[in-house]
Write a protein that binds this ligand. Structure first.
Ligand code: FAD
Length: 475
């Protein structure tokens, strides 16, 4: 354990969302940039390391620092300004996607990019350059950021934008908290003319059908995402249910105007008005631990035909994007081992072959993800980008609680990673737990890695900012 440098830090168990990675660290929750600068100076003087952390929603070790220090930015959560005419927001890094959309929607705006949970912070979203179900159309979170203030470990407060400190702007977005702490961000939201989206469920009979639908619709749809039943084999391999959602045009949904009230976005907290959704996870735990996932998936796939017949239907933005948030503690269903997510990004031309190979490997080894989510992506201009002109398939694995099972799962994921990297694919650190140092340059290319290390040397020569992820990748 690094020596305690200030009494304000407290020992805590700091883990990734998947619960299986992390451990004790000394945690401080600053409320101002001055407090962060002070913590940087003190920990640096003591020769320690600091990990920056938002709301801890990365699945793996992107925001953990076992035996080191952690600056949890979640209390720097003031939404400093929101322009009701332009939708431009000025936020502290701990403001969450939830805080932002609740402020924006009443004025007819919605965040341009949102992930599958609204608990994510602005700092975390920028540092990993998150994507949404509209990545193929509107790009990544970084593309809606106009500028930010970056407090470097040396204590400089730099203004970064596309015009000013452009290299740092493009490297700190997606730079997984290695170059400094973003203490204030200016970002754009987008206009919405209704509190609802028009949604279609589309049954996809196999993987190739899923990919074809993505190609056919990506020129016209606003959002596309497919749930995959990864237990499907043979002709059913990669089958699933695609969801397309489109925004309403002005005047198209007069009934949806009242849904611009944030309270009308929430999904009921009880199932059938009776069962609190917080009670659902034990049932889900049973499905995961008693081999019932194939049955549950089969039922969900069959239900997709009915949904397809009843499409299109109207759904609130909140329900479409954040359905999982309305099932509190759903990830506890993977206890005691926890979960990891493996999300390869594969170039379009290699998509069908590589994704098919990965799913087949899962069946051969006997580790079949309980959840698969397929999306379409496009490249972005950031130095450490994970994006490709192609597809990602997020695969959620329940982690066995014993060491040998866990080691076997890690070997399986590394074996799949080799297939992805050989095909020119990439990985996303919000969802990674398995890559080794030898993969870092293969993901980003030698030139990008050299430039990133040069910038790190410039702003953080003492290597104060570290995480377990950064050490694993030999950043
Ligand atoms: C249920 C669920 C669904 C998800 N769905 C998606 C999805 O659809 N798309 C997607 O892209 N991601 C998704 N994610 C992942 C999530 O969006 C990212 O992991 C995001 O970075 C988490 O933000 P956070 O605030 O929790 O950050 P943390 O996980 O706490 O930290 C993330 C990174 O940001 C750095 N960081 C934090 N604050 C700062 C700061 N102020 N300055 C500089 N660096 C900082 C940390 O060092 C770390 O590297 C999902 C996660 C969950 C749990």
């Amino acid at each position: 354990m690094t020596t305690s440098v200030t009494a304000d830090f407290r020992d805590e168990d700091v883990r990734g969302f998947g619960m299986c990675i992390g451990g004790t660290a000394r945690v401080l929750r600053p409320t101002s940039a001055e407090q962060i600068a002070d913590a940087f100076a003190k920990v640096r003087a003591a020769g320690g390391s600091i990990a920056l952390r938002g709301t801890g929603n990365s699945y793996g070790d992107a925001a953990t620092n076992v035996n080191g220090h952690v600056l949890d930015c979640s209390r720097m959560n003031r939404l400093l300004d929101f322009d009701p005419h332009t939708g431009v927001a000025v936020v502290e890094p701990g403001v969450t996607i939830r805080d932002l959309w609740r402020r924006a929607i009443g004025h007819g705006f919605w965040p341009r990019v949102v992930p599958g949970t609204m608990a994510v912070s602005m700092g975390g979203a920028a540092a990993l350059n998150i994507h949404g179900k509209n990545n193929f159309a509107l790009g990544t979170f970084g593309e809606c950021i106009r500028s930010f203030e970056l407090l470097t470990p040396r204590g400089e407060l730099l203004q970064c934008s596309r015009e000013q400190e452009s290299d740092l702007f493009h490297a700190a977005i997606g730079g997984f908290g290695m170059l400094g702490c973003m203490t204030k961000l200016v970002l754009e939201t987008k206009r919405v003319h209704s509190g609802r989206l028009r949604v279609w469920g589309i049954v996809a009979r196999d993987l190739e059908h899923n990919l074809q639908i993505l190609e056919d619709l990506r020129g016209t749809a606003d959002y596309l995402v497919s749930w995959l039943d990864l237990h499907g084999k043979g002709v059913a391999l990669g089958r699933g249910l695609m969801h397309r959602a489109d925004q309403m045009k002005p005047g198209e949904d007069p009934g949806g105007l009242c849904h611009l009230d944030p309270l009308r976005q929430d999904v009921p907290a009880k199932l059938f008005g009776l069962v609190p959704k917080g009670w659902l996870w034990p049932g889900m735990w049973g499905a995961v631990h008693m081999g019932q996932v194939p049955l549950v998936n089969w039922l969900k796939f069959k239900a997709g035909f009915k949904e397809e017949r009843q499409s299109p239907y109207l759904q609130s933005h909140g329900a479409f994007h954040f359905l999982l948030d309305y099932v509190p503690r759903w990830h506890w269903m993977t206890r005691p081992g926890g979960l990891i997510q493996f999300q390869p990004f594969v170039p379009q031309k290699e998509g069908a072959r590589v994704l098919r190979t990965l799913i087949e490997k899962c069946h051969q080894v006997g580790f079949v993800p309980y959840l698969g989510v397929l999306k379409r992506h496009r490249p972005d201009p950031f130095l450490m980008t994970h994006a490709v002109d192609g597809y990602s398939l997020a695969m959620d694995f329940a982690v066995p609680s014993g060491k040998s099972g866990r080691d076997k799962l890690w070997r399986h994921c590394r074996d799949m990673a080799e297939v992805v990297l050989t095909a020119g694919g990439r990985f996303y650190y919000a969802k990674d737990a398995v890559l080794e140092a030898s993969s870092f340059a293969r993901v980003h290319g030698d030139t990008a890695v050299a430039k990133f290390r040069e910038l790190k040397q410039r702003v953080d020569p003492d290597r104060l900012l570290q995480t377990d992820l950064a050490r694993r990748l030999g950043v």
